[in-house]
Write a protein that binds this ligand. Structure first.
Ligand code: MEV
Length: 311
């Protein structure tokens, strides 16, 4: 039996603008994981059996829909490993990550599947290859992904990411306490991404200007993170949020949680990921974490995660 796992992720700065060539910063959330177990199939059965009890799915690979994301991750991995002979294995996938919430559940599932299968077959893959396969899986389901989700999840390190460039691993020199509030509104990444593309196509000057402003915020944030001065990092988060709101990517639920976090003493707060639902994140001092958590629950958060970013 082989076990492998992958972390969730949060985008600290630069979502969406990253699709248009601007930099973004994302961190792994090592405490929130997807785990994949691979074992031999029960006698009498043949094929690749995929079980995902969290989402009530159980199916054989050769019977899967062409666009099933779990099946795609398995197929792409077997292709990369050059596995041609029939394979009889049982994959069980467990995830602590809510789906379509901005926490990187699809990248985490892909990376965990790739790690588990390649290890099980005695052909462990380099992190760069794992990221590349997970990117191919993301492309099948998210249209035009920037590649930041698969990169941060595969490397499991804070990344400074520019589309089509090798991710730069960054050293965060200070403790970062984040609180994540889940609106409970699931939102498939493609919806806000496509909506933004339509708006940008209609008004490339305004939207292009906003993307550039976000890029500047990301660069400033990188300097602060590396210098270990979180002084005005919260202010940068708030500025990033204003631009995301201008682009129409926030929502009433997100606004409510963001406001509640700020009023309870968070240093800054913004949506994280694709927006229009999903999660928001707040930067807090350790001693205000509980107060902010309580405020988020009161403001309607369906789940709250308190997390310290790995350095
Ligand atoms: C989704 O986690 C992040 C987006 O920037 C899309 C992408 O980068 O592919 C919204």
């Amino acid at each position: 039996m082989t076990l492998a796992s992958a972390s969730g992720k949060a985008i600290l700065f630069g979502e969406h603008a990253v699709v248009y060539g601007q930099p973004a910063i994302a961190v792994p959330l090592s405490q929130l994981r997807t785990t994949v177990q691979v074992e031999s199939l029960d006698p009498g059965m043949t094929g690749v059996l995929i079980d995902a009890p969290n989402i009530s799915k159980s199916f054989l690979l050769h019977e899967a829909d062409g666009d099933d994301p779990l099946a795609s991750a398995v197929r792409l991995t077997l292709d990369e490993l050059g596995v041609k002979a029939p394979l009889d294995v049982h994959l069980t996938i467990h995830s602590q990550l809510p789906i379509a919430s901005g926490l990187g559940s699809s990248a985490a599932v892909s990376v965990a599947v790739i790690r588990a299968l390649s290890d099980h077959l005695g052909k462990p893959l380099e992190v760069e290859t794992i990221s590349k396969i997970a990117y191919a899986a993301e492309c099948l389901h998210h249209g035009t992904p920037s590649g930041i989700d698969n990169a941060v999840v595969a490397y499991e390190k804070p990344v400074y990411f520019i589309r089509e460039h090798k991710p730069e691993l960054i050293q965060i020199s200070t403790r970062l306490n984040l609180i994540i509030g889940d609106t409970g509104v699931s939102m498939r990444t493609t919806i806000p991404v496509n909506l933004l593309r339509e708006r940008w196509e209609k008004d490339p000057v305004t939207y292009g200007g906003w993307f550039e402003e976000i890029g500047e915020i990301v660069k400033e944030a990188r300097t602060m993170l590396e210098a270990g001065s979180i002084g005005s990092l919260g202010t940068l988060m708030n500025r990033n949020q204003v631009l995301l709101e201008d682009m129409g990517l926030s929502s009433l639920e997100l606004q409510r949680l963001i406001r509640a976090a700020r009023e309870a003493g968070a240093l800054g707060a913004k949506l994280s990921g694709a927006g229009m639902g999903g999660i928001m994140l707040a930067l807090v001092e350790l001693d205000t974490a509980q107060v902010v958590e309580t405020a988020l629950i009161k403001a309607g958060a369906k789940q709250v995660f308190i997390t310290e970013v790995d350095r």
